[in-house]
Ligand binder design. Structure first.
Ligand code: AMP
Length: 283
């Protein structure tokens, strides 16, 4: 038997539950999500469980990180199924604030991250995105006051940006990255994969295949520029409109031209049909 988690919808309810945990001397881990949970999110919950007695999962489709032309309206919302999945993982508390609780009338503050948030990757194609993410994540951190917060490496630039923000703002939260969970054919799990038609789904693993081929090439000392150029061609050939395929410094996300420039992370974003997919891999 699994018990359904308690769902907090106001900050005072959330804080009461959190305070009760604190009074018992328990550590708290926060897993921020937008719902439509899959095995990737479950991996975050399990990683959280290893680090804290209490795991709080937030489910909030954050309007502040979507541009008007993006998929905020149609983003998959599967709240009941999500609660069942979290019950299976023995999660006891879900933080699911209505938009008006997160952003009451008159809300007028926005965090403007720099550094990795201006690396020319996601920020170039979604200029509003990291401001929206940082604003909501800073609020989630101060609302739930977790000891640790778990983020997926799947959204690698986001992980770097949030880690930097927590450090820059002296937020007393340890940000931890969790490896990407993939389908058997290499496609990174994403709530947006449900948008893919059958032929698009069949083409989608090319992103991971190309990342792996590029990593192998760079490790074998092939020139980074040539490896990336070949990867870009391969992705276009599979029917994707490429936003970027880049080799970057794994921490700063600054451009790199060789392995001597430091640890390398390969990052890709591309659209197939109407669906935009992102992925990344360590070299
Ligand atoms: P989202 O609900 O898409 O905003 O994602 C919530 C969290 O789950 C983020 O920290 C994501 O990086 C993480 N996540 C999403 N997909 C995966 C995946 N395939 N593997 C691991 N973490 C993931």
């Amino acid at each position: 038997m699994t018990n359904r988690p308690t769902v907090a919808r106001t900050i005072s309810t959330l804080r009461r539950s959190i305070q009760a945990y604190r009074d018992q001397g328990e550590r708290i881990a926060l897993v921020p999500t937008m719902g439509a949970l899959h095995r990737g999110h479950v991996a975050l919950v399990r990683a959280a469980r290893r680090r804290a007695e209490r795991v709080v999962v937030s489910i909030f489709v954050n309007p502040a990180q979507f541009a008007p032309h993006e998929d905020f309206g149609s983003y998959p919302r599967t709240f009941d199924t999500d609660l069942k999945a979290l019950a299976e993982e023995q999660v006891e508390l879900v933080w699911a604030p209505p938009p008006a609780v997160m952003y009451p009338d008159g809300f007028a503050t926005r965090i403007a991250p720099e550094g990795a948030a201006l690396a020319g990757l996601e920020d170039k194609f979604r200029p509003h995105f990291f401001g929206g993410v940082c604003t909501v994540v800073a609020k989630l951190f101060t609302q739930a006051m977790p000891d640790v917060a778990l983020f997926g490496q799947k959204d690698y630039q986001q992980l770097r940006v949030v880690t930097q923000m927590a450090s820059d703002l002296d937020l007393p939260v340890k940000v931890i990255g969790v490896p990407t969970v993939r389908e058997k054919d290499g496609l990174a799990l994403s709530s947006r994969n449900v948008y893919l038609s059958a032929p698009e789904r069949a083409a989608a693993p090319v992103l991971h295949r190309v990342l792996r081929a590029c990593a192998t090439g760079i490790r074998a000392k092939e020139p980074v520029g040539a490896v990336i150029a070949a990867g870009r061609k391969e992705i276009a050939k599979a029917g994707f409109a490429l936003d970027y395929l880049e080799a970057r410094h794994a921490l700063t996300l600054a451009p790199v031209t060789s392995r001597n420039d430091g640890p390398i992370r390969l990052l890709v974003a591309a659209k197939i049909g109407k669906t935009r997919l992102i992925d990344n891999l360590a070299v």
